[in-house]
Design a protein around this ligand. Structure first.
Ligand SMILES: Nc1ncnc2c1ncn2[C@@H]1O[C@H](COP(=O)(O)OS(=O)(=O)O)[C@@H](OP(=O)(O)O)[C@H]1O
Length: 361
């Protein structure tokens, strides 16, 4: 793993490693007995405590629940439903936490220019997907830990009232998430002969609406974090992709305050907030060599181009891909599921941000 090879530095005894291997095999067996559905492109999805998972991710989820026990006060969990802006959130959180106390963009920030945002914070499920349990104590503080796990499946030590760690959840409008997932999954390579060619938008809408997508159903996922953010706003910050896009500076300040690293008057007057927004914006990140080349995904048995994490980065792109009846189908469920919860997704994309110009459909 790029960001911290020491997490797997082999300091365990042979006995400990054997024990981890046995536990891994038991998890595999457990997973093989769970309800299964052929999901997107025939990647099998397993039902675990009300949510659907790809098998390697699920092994990671179960391992995290059993093996992650020591959240630290400085830990920041960066949580999303897949294809909701994880890459962006990782870049922003990294840039905010790695600034030194000077007023300008410094080398801490600049390292985002030479590493993929996905390497700024481990994707925990992939990190825990194999037999070897990583040693997260080897990571420098503050640890930025990325996950797509539903709130109810997070380790108890993290959900506990007394947990010292903080969680940031980035939520995205379901139709944009759906469209983003279709494109992403269709670019994935797999050596499994059973994996089918591209999934059509039609099939994807059917599956998504039944909750049958990785980590789905999306509505329950969002609601679990929404409710917890209402209950414990000091511990869980709930952001929306569309709001960050519309008001990036205000949301970067919100993030910095929540993280406990508010911008000083000097940093404010030097324009640092705008610099961080600029550094992490879609146009900047998607153009970097490190994000345009290379692949990842080996630990979960697939090939994913680093560039696949950057497609359009727009609000309302679903309009280009969903027929009105497909959009309506998702909207009806969204309205039903969110009714009376206080959480909503605006039916129309918010007014474009000045520098998005007329690109919004
Ligand atoms: N910097 C920045 N700003 C705004 N939007 C961005 C940014 N980086 C990535 N993206 C868009 O986020 C979508 C990918 O989602 P994730 O990063 O959550 O993917 S993953 O779940 O981690 O695989 C995917 O959305 P779509 O373009 O709609 O497919 C990316 O383009």
């Amino acid at each position: 793993m790029l960001f911290n090879p020491h997490c797997f530095d082999g300091s365990k005894t042979e006995g400990e490693r054997d024990g981890e291997l046995r536990a891994y095999q038991q998890r595999q067996e457990e997973i093989s007995k769970l309800p299964v559905e052929m999901g997107w492109r025939n990647f099998p999805l397993r039902l675990y405590h009300g949510f659907w998972f790809h098998e390697p991710h699920l092994n990671g989820v179960i391992s995290i629940r059993r093996n992650f026990c020591r959240p630290a006060p400085s830990d920041l969990f960066l949580v999303t439903f897949p294809k909701s802006g994880t890459t962006w959130l990782k870049a922003l959180a990294f840039a905010i936490t790695n600034r030194s106390s000077g007023h300008h963009i410094n080398s801490g920030h600049r390292s985002i220019l030479s590493r993929h945002p996905q390497d700024c914070s481990p994707y925990l499920e992939a990190f825990y997907a194999g037999p070897q349990v990583p040693d997260l104590d080897a990571m420098p503080s503050p640890r930025l830990l990325g996950t797509h796990m539903p709130y109810s499946l997070l380790p108890e030590s993290l959900r506990d009232e007394g947990s010292p760690s903080r969680i940031i959840y980035l939520c995205r409008e379901p139709k944009d998430t759906l469209v983003s997932t279709v494109h992403f999954i269709n670019t994935m390579g797999s050596e499994q002969s059973s994996i089918a060619g591209a999934i059509s938008m039609d099939q994807a809408v059917e599956l998504f609406c039944k909750g049958l997508s990785p980590y789905g159903p999306v509505w329950e996922h969002q609601l679990e974090y929404w409710r917890e953010s209402q209950r414990r706003p000091d511990k869980l910050l709930f952001l929306k992709y569309e709001d960050v896009m519309a008001e990036p500076e205000a949301n970067v300040r919100k993030l910095a305050n929540f993280i406990g690293r508010p911008f000083s008057p000097e940093e404010e007057s030097s324009g640092l907030v705008a610099e961080i927004v600029e550094l992490c914006c879609f146009e900047k990140l998607s153009g970097l060599e490190v994000n345009r080349t290379g692949v990842r995904g080996k630990e979960i048995g697939v090939t994913i181009n680093n560039s696949s994490f950057f497609r359009k980065g727009k609000v309302g792109d679903w309009r280009e891909h969903l027929l009105p009846e497909m959009a309506e189908k998702v909207d009806v469920i969204t309205r039903d599921m969110l009714q009376g919860t206080g959480l909503s997704h605006s039916p129309e994309p918010p007014a474009p941000h000045a520098d998005q110009g007329d690109e919004m459909p």
